[in-house]
Write a protein that binds this ligand. Structure first.
Ligand code: UD1
Length: 378
């Protein structure tokens, strides 16, 4: 059996690593890895491969940054000859980025089985590019690996056959559990002079939050005010940085290489590697984020999370964990943050299948695939 995993953007790497590792243990299974090049900065890509112990990609399509249509189109154009030549039995795609939907479409058009890791999540907000990517990818996929019960329900509600759906747990959590101890040893917070459970971590990159200057400015005002209560560390995504530079002067900031501190309490920095971020996140008092994956990681780490969005495609983090949706209003962010900071810490709680074995379950199912379009494991 020949599997081809296609990755492209930062949140793909921690989901793909455990699946590739587990698949490689099967004799008779060949795994090839293609990187689309959607993310290409060392800190957004190569560093993650090194830290996660991933094999080097067999091929890098080097698509780079472009508009959504062009990026997706370029992946189709560059991946099609690769799939035609390699003829894998299954193409594995991860999450909800442009690389995911492009690879799924390319493979499905060539009649190759598509397996989607992290299928079925829905925010029900079609203004999010990721939501469109999720819907299209799921409807092109033959095997849909889900992380939480809501995903199965969403897929069934959209008419996808239960034969195709396999709830396997969360491959991203496999990576977290595997690397957690190693991350502890890097003690990243100490390099910033911060004590355990005495600071917050902020991440922001959703177009709806950072591409609209008024929205981004309102969030930053809340965060700067909150940084008087506790220091806030902000590893800044490249797309956010582009917008940040434009509004920081009005907020009394100037971007400089290596980041800049404001009174030592709002610490803005370049994106962090996987281990540094994990160590920072694990010892934080509070997370503020608009990321999908960080909501789940916070739940497993037992760190309260405020999600700076009006919706989440990961409702399990609201029901099961300590995630609260706060949108982008300054007053709501401050009120909720202060409320959460006044509560005692709660123990971490992980859903049943988030046990570090999702990659193994996925590999076991894939290794048993037979025939051209099985829809389900034998
Ligand atoms: C992408 C994903 C998003 C994911 C996020 C995590 C889509 C639609 N979005 O968003 O789901 O949560 O990655 O990081 O696929 N850039 C760099 N260096 C890089 C990569 C990007 O400078 O290595 C800059 C480019 O200027 C680019 C911008 O960041 O224009 C946005 O990058 P892009 O890959 O289009 O989407 P993200 O916002 O990173």
């Amino acid at each position: 059996m020949k599997a081809m995993a296609v990755v492209g953007a930062r949140p793909n790497f921690m989901k793909a690593a455990p699946v590739i590792e587990a698949l490689r243990k099967y004799t008779g299974v060949e795994v090839k890895l293609v990187h689309t090049g959607q993310h290409y900065d060392r800190k957004m890509s190569a560093l993650f491969f090194e830290e996660l112990g991933m094999p080097r990609p067999d091929l890098d399509l080097q698509v780079g940054s472009a508009s959504h249509g062009e990026q997706t189109g370029q992946i189709l154009i560059r991946l099609e000859p690769v799939l035609t030549h390699e003829r894998p039995d299954v193409v594995l795609v991860f999450g909800d980025v442009n690389s995911t939907v492009a690879a799924a479409l390319c493979a499905a058009k060539l009649g190759i089985v598509v397996a989607h890791v992290e299928a079925g999540l829905r925010s029900f907000d079609r203004t999010m590019p990721e939501e469109l990517n999720r819907i299209v990818t799921d409807h092109l996929s033959d095997v849909l690996f889900t992380t939480e019960p809501s995903a199965d329900k969403n897929l069934l509600g959209e008419g996808i056959s239960s034969d195709k759906i396999c709830q396997v747990g969360n491959a991203m959590v496999d990576s977290l559990l595997k690397h957690r101890e190693r991350a502890k040893t890097c003690r990243f917070r100490e390099t910033l002079g911060l004590n355990r459970s005495s600071y917050a971590v902020l991440t922001l990159h959703r177009p709806s939050n950072v591409d609209v200057p008024e929205v981004f400015e309102e969030i930053l005002q809340a965060v700067i005010e909150l940084s008087q209560d506790l220091p806030i560390v902000f590893p800044c995504h490249p797309r956010t940085r582009q917008h940040f530079a434009r509004i920081t002067e009005r907020l009394g900031f100037q971007w400089s290489e290596g980041g800049r501190e404001r009174g030592g309490r709002f610490i803005v920095m370049e994106p962090l590697g996987y281990l540094e971020f994990l160590s920072l996140q694990a010892e934080a008092r509070l997370i503020l984020t608009d990321s999908g994956g960080i909501q789940e990681e916070s739940m497993v780490l037992g760190v309260p999370c405020l999600t700076l969005r009006d919706n989440t495609e990961r409702p399990i983090t609201l029901q099961h964990g300590n995630n609260v949706l706060v949108g982008h209003s300054r007053s709501r962010i401050l009120t909720e943050a202060r409320r959460v900071l006044g509560l005692p810490s709660e123990p971490a709680r992980a859903p049943k299948l988030w046990d570090g074995k999702a990659g193994e379950r996925i590999a076991a199912i894939l290794s048993s695939l037979r025939g051209p379009n099985p829809h389900r494991p034998v």
